[in-house]
Structures are given as structure tokens and as C-alpha cells.
Design a protein. Structure first.
Length: 404
């Protein structure tokens, strides 16, 4: 007997969950597995942020917070958006949630009618598809190939929009590809969207601070101000401040949308943890040196991984512009034979092979709707990354019949 409602039947267990489970089991068996499947910084939350949480608890900020966020945190978001992104939002145009993930859930729950289409730029953060599916929407992947720098082209967007399209999701720097758009590329997408008034835009900017090669981040609404009245800007403290466990994200958008999202949140979780909100406000308002330090470390690791992959026949990786992942091309490995005599047929086989032969956990591109690739996270020390690359190189060298 199944206890699960039918709406869950369409949500398949994700390939990333499979990898993480397999890596955990291997570790539990005592195997020395390097887990590069995870999407969280390996740094600790900076001390002044923890201290702010401590002080909030001592002050007695231990009661139910307002559903849409504490005044202090919403003010910190409004100030941050003005200071860093040159955006003007009022306090009632902001919601604070349990991670950016809940902001996404609130937004889709609040707006999707059955059958509404949501355009996703593949490769994309896998959860987008699952949330849309659970809520009765139709995820529509738009393939953004490596040759296009994993970026969506305006003509492609224009062709994909139908009368059923409700949302387009943009995410840059992207998880998993690290793709970053130029200002002109974003404006060109904005020009297409300007003609389609029913389409809402969700700009997921959670990797804003992890940007390389002296690039400057520009928020979608700053580049397309005419679309502010139907754009939800999503961000959070998980990635920039190494605060994944504190579960604070936020959204900024038109008041009506925020009110509807608040209604949803009031039925799920109410306000996010008051103490974590105090910590997140301190993160946004406080010194930003740690953010720069984290970003510099991710950039060194990006360089290391790009350099190492360049010397592994059969694998390809173009330098990602941001975020902390490498989406490695493995087309040449498809059809090759492992030393056990198995044939590699897709990128799930590649990751299964790497887990077994190299003892490195990575996520197959199928988890992001673009194959054949696998994603490694660079949220590990340079020493660990070097060991992982040594192992991957040795395992790949043992394959027979790699197609150049
Ligand atoms: N958006 C993207 C693109 C992500 O990669 C993630 C986390 O991996 C999230 C949103 C969710 O972040 P949070 O920890 O704030 O829920």
C-alpha cells in the first residue's frame, strides 16, 4: 500500500539524491569517498553572524516572528537591494522564508493554475522542476547547450512562450553550469519578455557574490526596470555567507505577489526562525570581507579544476564565470568499456563508474536535464580537489574506447 498522494507520483527520485545516498552508503562501509556532489560551501559561518544570533536569543527574540519576516531582516534586505543592486523596494515588497527554496515554493503555489507552463533554462537547479510539478504546473526545459555557454538566447525564448506560459526562471551565476550573462544578453531577454504581459519572471540570484574574473553582478530588475512589476528577485544567505543550515532566503517583488506568497507561507511554516533572521540581517548589514574571501577561494579552485580537466583526455570543462561547480562534459566517454567489462551508456553510468572506480561522488547531467555531463562541486579544499582529480584521471585512463 502506498501512502503517497498521486501528486507525488510524478516527482521522480532525483539523480543527485541517488548519488548522495550512494556516497553515504559507501562512506558507511568505510570506503574513502570524496563527495563532490554537495551544493554547500565548506566554510564556517563567520563569527560576527553567529554572535548576532546569540545576542538575539539573549534579547528574547524567541517568539513567533511576523510571517513575512522580521522588520529588521526585511529592512536589511531593502537596504541591501538598494546599496548593492541599485533597486528600490518597499518593506511590504519583501518576504523572508526558510531558504530561497521556500521562496520558490511560495511563489509557484501562490500563482500556478493547473497546466500553467514554467520555462526552465536547462541545465537548471533540479528542484525547480520538482516544485513546479508537485504544484500542478508544467515544467518546460529550454536546452541551453554548451556551445551557447549554457545561456538562453532571445530567439529561443521568444519561440518557447505560449499562451500557457506563466513563469520564466532565470538563474545566474547558474547552478550547475556557472554560466553568467552579459548585461546586453539580459536586456535582450527582457525585450522579448516585455511583449508578453502574462509571463512572470523569477530571477534566482543566490550565487550573486560568487562571481569570477572581476565580473560585476547586475540584478535582472536593474537591467530591465520596466519588468520590475512582474519580476520576483530571489536571493538568500546560504551560499554567500556559508549559512546553508540557517535556512534564510528572501524574495522581492510586486506587493500583490508578496501578499499571496505570505498567505501560502502562513499555512506552511509561518515566519522563518527569528534567531536565524537576526543572523541573516547581520550578514547583510555587516562586513563583507568573508564573502570576498570565500569567492577568492572558489575562484582559485575553479582555476585548479579547469586546469586539471584540460589534461584528462575524454573530459571537457570551460571556465565557469561564477558559482562553485564544474559541469564537466563527458560525451567522449559514452560507449567506452570499464575494466569490469561494462559499457558506459549515459552520464548516470559515468557517475556510477566514478563512484566505484575513483571513489568520487559527482552528479549526472540528467539531474539538470542536460546530458552528457557531470557536475562536481568545488566546495572542497584544493588538496581534496587535487586528490579527486588524480583519481578521476586515473579511472578515466582505465576506460577502453574513449571517443576523441
Ligand atoms: N537556487 C539555486 C540555484 C540553488 O542552487 C539553491 C541551493 O542549492 C537554492 C536556490 C536554494 O537555496 P536555499 O539554501 O536558500 O534554500
Amino acid at each position: 500500500m502506498s501512502f503517497a498522494a498521486s501528486r507525488l507520483a510524478q516527482v521522480k527520485p532525483s539523480a543527485s539524491a541517488w548519488v548522495s545516498q550512494a556516497a553515504k552508503e559507501a562512506k558507511a562501509r568505510g570506503e574513502d569517498v570524496i563527495d563532490l556532489g554537495l551544493g554547500e560551501p565548506d566554510f564556517d559561518t563567520p563569527g560576527h553572524i553567529k554572535e548576532a544570533a546569540h545576542q538575539a536569543a539573549l534579547r528574547g527574540e524567541t517568539k513567533y516572528p511576523p510571517t513575512n519576516g522580521t522588520l529588521t531582516m526585511r529592512q536589511a534586505v531593502v537596504d541591501k537591494l538598494r546599496r548593492k543592486n541599485n533597486l528600490d523596494f518597499a518593506l511590504d515588497e519583501v518576504i523572508v522564508s526558510n531558504g530561497a527554496k521556500q521562496v520558490l515554493f511560495n511563489a509557484f503555489m501562490a500563482t500556478l493554475e493547473p497546466g500553467d507552463e514554467v520555462l526552465l533554462c536547462a541545465p537548471y537547479f533540479g528542484q525547480y522542476k520538482d516544485i513546479v510539478t508537485i504544484l500542478g504546473g508544467v515544467p518546460v526545459p529550454l536546452i541551453c547547450p554548451q556551445e551557447a555557454g549554457f545561456r538562453l538566447m532571445p530567439e529561443q525564448l521568444s519561440k518557447a512562450i505560449t499562451p500557457k506560459t506563466r513563469w520564466i526562471l532565470l538563474n545566474q551565476p547558474s547552478n550547475p553550469s556557472g554560466a553568467v550573462y552579459s548585461d546586453d544578453e539580459i536586456k535582450a531577454l527582457g525585450t522579448v519578455l516585455a511583449d508578453h504581459e502574462r509571463v512572470l519572471i523569477l530571477s534566482d540570484e543566490i550565487y550573486e557574490h560568487i562571481l569570477f574574473d572581476d565580473r560585476v553582478f547586475r540584478s535582472f530588475v536593474a537591467l530591465c526596470p520596466d519588468l520590475q512589476n512582474r519580476t520576483l528577485t530571489v536571493n538568500g544567505v546560504s551560499k554567500a555567507y556559508a549559512m546553508t543550515g540557517w535556512r534564510i532566503g528572501y524574495g522581492a517583488g510586486p506587493k500583490d505577489l508578496i501578499v499571496a506568497m505570505t498567505k501560502v507561507q502562513s499555512q506552511i511554516s509561518s515566519g522563518a526562525c527569528s534567531i536565524a533572521q537576526a543572523a541573516a540581517a547581520a550578514a547583510l548589514n555587516g562586513p563583507q570581507e568573508d564573502v570576498r574571501r570565500f569567492c577568492a577561494a572558489f575562484e582559485r579552485r575553479r582555476d585548479l579544476v579547469v586546469e586539471r580537466v584540460a589534461h584528462i583526455p575524454g573530459l571537457t570543462l570551460e571556465a565557469p564565470g561564477g558559482a562553485f561547480y564544474g559541469l564537466i562534459g563527458c560525451a567522449d566517454l559514452i560507449g567506452a568499456k570499464t575494466p569490469d567489462g561494462d559499457t558506459i551508456t549515459d552520464d548516470t553510468d559515468v557517475t556510477a563508474f566514478l563512484l566505484k572506480a575513483a571513489r568520487v561522488a559527482a552528479v549526472p547531467g540528467s539531474a539538470y536535464d542536460l546530458s552528457p555531463f557531470f557536475r562536481i562541486s568545488t566546495a572542497a579544499s584544493e588538496e581534496v580537489l587535487n586528490t579527486a582529480m588524480d583519481r578521476i584521471a586515473a579511472a578515466v585512463a582505465d576506460l577502453e574506447g574513449i571517443h576523441p
